[in-house]
Design a binder for this molecule. Structure first.
Ligand SMILES: CCCCC/C=C/C(=O)SCCNC(=O)CCNC(=O)[C@H](O)C(C)(C)COP(=O)(O)OP(=O)(O)OC[C@H]1O[C@@H](n2cnc3c(N)ncnc32)[C@H](O)[C@@H]1OP(=O)(O)O
Length: 358
């Protein structure tokens, strides 16, 4: 089988998650195969003799001669997969995926009464989701899909469920803008894919306001229980960006095109009760009894036969899956372009100059 573009992109992404240094030989091999796969045979002049690293890289690339790009791509993917034990694998197959708890302070995974709970734990920043957290959540979902829990729950610590994407995600990373946005789009795509493919019942306990991507992926959950203090806000246009999390497809299906446009295009913030009336939220509880009532419900549901629940979910969800993956890919492609736009750059600057709260 020939590796696809996506397999290759995933392999490139996995290399960035390497926990251990694979050693110089492996790094040179990865470099050479990457260059060959993306640019073809070595096309740059030989570096000067004292540029040891440049020379070693040039030698490794040149040694691949006229190896076709497709073969280099395949070899790269195969080689990365042979490095798996030292990867924090997001494929769900490496040892990391079998860890019960990812080692992260901002995304905490706990287990209770056959329920795996994934908690966003950055209350001082309203549980804004950092670049690392997207990866941790993806990993936590992969692990939860294989653990012995029957239901997986998502919630936030503190007075917010989540304020969505951390708006500093683009200001503290290295590399060119193009490279950073391409990596971000891929990370986002993998993140949303892990919700689309999640095989067990997935429930959100929305303990407070939810913003942006924390709202949009709710369309991929099986139940959404909300405190009456929760609000739902997707201010994409005012940020110069566009909907993600498959919401451009799921929201019109859930609430009809007019209500979906009000939220996704005009950025209308809605209350928990409005979200419930529109079908995005399953049930709303008074804030002071929210945890107790929602947990009583979940504990009872978790006693159902797990296989029946899984198969039930499969029947409800599997037919639209291909469409969801296509929507996710397209939304990420469009976002990647938007991030470069003046509208988006200005909106983020405004937020950090403290003039631009929602
Ligand atoms: C790479 C994949 C991208 C995927 C695409 C995703 C898109 C989205 O999710 S779009 C939505 C993005 N989110 C926002 O625009 C929300 C921005 N935040 C706010 O407007 C406000 O912070 C608030 C309304 C959520 C809360 O206001 P308030 O109660 O007044 O609290 P503070 O503003 O003082 O917040 C406390 C603290 O937290 C920081 N913070 C909050 N949200 C974010 C955020 N999304 N990104 C970065 N930082 C955030 C805020 O700056 C404060 O920090 P300090 O000043 O250091 O205390």
């Amino acid at each position: 089988m020939v590796a696809s573009e996506k397999d290759f992109e995933n392999a490139v992404h996995q290399v960035k998650l390497l926990k251990e240094d694979p050693g110089n030989d492996a790094k040179l091999k990865l470099y050479a195969l990457y260059k060959q796969a993306t640019e073809g045979p070595c096309n740059v002049p030989k570096p000067r003799v004292f540029d040891f690293l440049g020379r070693a890289k040039w030698d490794a690339w040149t040694a691949l001669g006229s190896l076709p790009k497709e073969t280099a791509r395949q070899n790269y993917v195969d080689f990365v997969s042979s490095l798996r034990p030292s990867l924090t694998s997001s494929s769900g197959e490496g040892p990391a995926a079998h860890r019960s708890l990812p080692e992260s302070e901002d995304v905490v995974v706990t287990s209770k009464d056959s329920i795996t709970v994934i908690t966003l734990n950055r209350p001082a920043k309203k549980n804004a989701i950092t670049y690392q957290m997207y990866q941790d959540i993806t990993l936590a979902l992969k692990a939860a899909s294989k653990d012995n829990s029957t239901i997986t729950v998502f919630t936030g610590n503190g007075n917010y469920y989540s304020s969505g994407n951390d708006l500093s995600n683009f200001s503290n990373r290295s590399g060119s803008l193009q490279q950073m946005y391409a990596e971000s789009a891929l990370t986002l795509r993998n993140f949303v894919d892990s919700f689309i493919d999640f095989p067990k019942p997935l429930v959100a306990l929305v303990n407070g306001p939810a913003v942006g991507i924390a709202v949009t992926v709710l369309g991929l959950f099986d139940a959404v229980y909300a405190s009456d203090r929760a609000t739902f806000h997707t201010p994409f246009s005012s940020l110069g960006i566009t909907p993600e999390g498959c919401s451009s497809y799921t929201f019109p299906k859930i609430m009809g095109p007019a209500k979906a446009a009000e939220m996704l295009i005009f950025g209308k913030k809605i209350t928990a009760r409005e979200a419930c009336a529109q079908g995005l939220v399953t049930e709303v509880f008074p804030h002071n009894t929210f945890q107790k009532e929602a947990w009583a419900r979940l504990t009872a549901y978790a006693k159902n036969p797990p296989k029946a629940m899984r198969i039930g979910k499969q029947l409800l969800r599997s037919f639209g899956k291909e469409t969801l993956h296509a929507v996710n890919a397209e939304e990420c492609r469009v976002l990647q372009e938007r991030w470069l736009s003046e509208e988006c750059v200005n909106a983020i600057q405004t937020f950090f100059s403290k003039k631009g709260k929602l």
